[in-house]
Design a protein around this ligand. Structure first.
Ligand code: ZN
Length: 177
């Protein structure tokens, strides 16, 4: 089932999402939420989706950066962005620590700010700790584009959007870019 993706202006996108009770993760309801988020992300398509984007104020996000999609992009662009395939995975109650605070600046978009994009500077490397789709503790060390995806999705859980961080003069309607 494909869920409706909330657009900027919807209050849930600006609220701090609630922690997930780890005991809930293995319940059929929560597993169904994960599956619906996965299907919605794939359909959009996108490389990440946070629960508030589908109107659910919980600290959970799904991520997948598919090799098939990366293969269609110019190789120099992929290299510059340090973009590599990331298998599908779920992060629950994530905490993020910046490992390398030197900034990378690239054009970024968001499924909840449909039709627009802008340059955003983000840390090059981060470490994320949290729980996976079964409630097991995970630690993720990420660089490059994956580090950007994690920062973007975890911002969503804190009610933050890329437009809060963007270089405002680079903001474009993607139809005219
Ligand atoms: Zn987003």
């Amino acid at each position: 089932m494909i869920l409706k993706i909330m657009q900027v202006g919807t209050p849930v996108l600006r609220q701090s999402a609630a922690p997930v009770d780890p005991a809930r993760i293995r319940t059929p309801e929560f597993q169904q939420l994960i599956e619906m988020m996965r299907a919605t992300m794939l359909d959009a398509p996108g490389v990440g989706l946070a629960a508030p984007q589908v109107g659910v104020g919980l600290r959970v996000a799904v991520i997948e950066d598919r090799a098939e999609a990366i293969a269609l992009m110019p190789a120099d662009d992929v290299a510059k962005k340090n973009r590599r395939p990331v298998p599908f995975h779920v992060i629950v109650n994530p905490t993020l620590t910046v490992v390398d605070d030197t900034k990378a600046t690239f054009v970024e978009g968001c499924l909840s700010v449909s039709g627009f994009a802008a340059e955003v500077s983000r840390a090059r490397a981060v470490q994320v700790k949290g729980l996976d789709h079964r409630g097991a503790a995970i630690t993720i060390d990420a660089q490059g584009w994956y580090a950007r995806i994690l920062q973007h999705e975890i911002d969503h859980l804190n009610g933050q959007l890329y437009v809060d961080l963007m270089d405002t003069r680079t903001f474009v309607n993607t139809a005219v870019r």
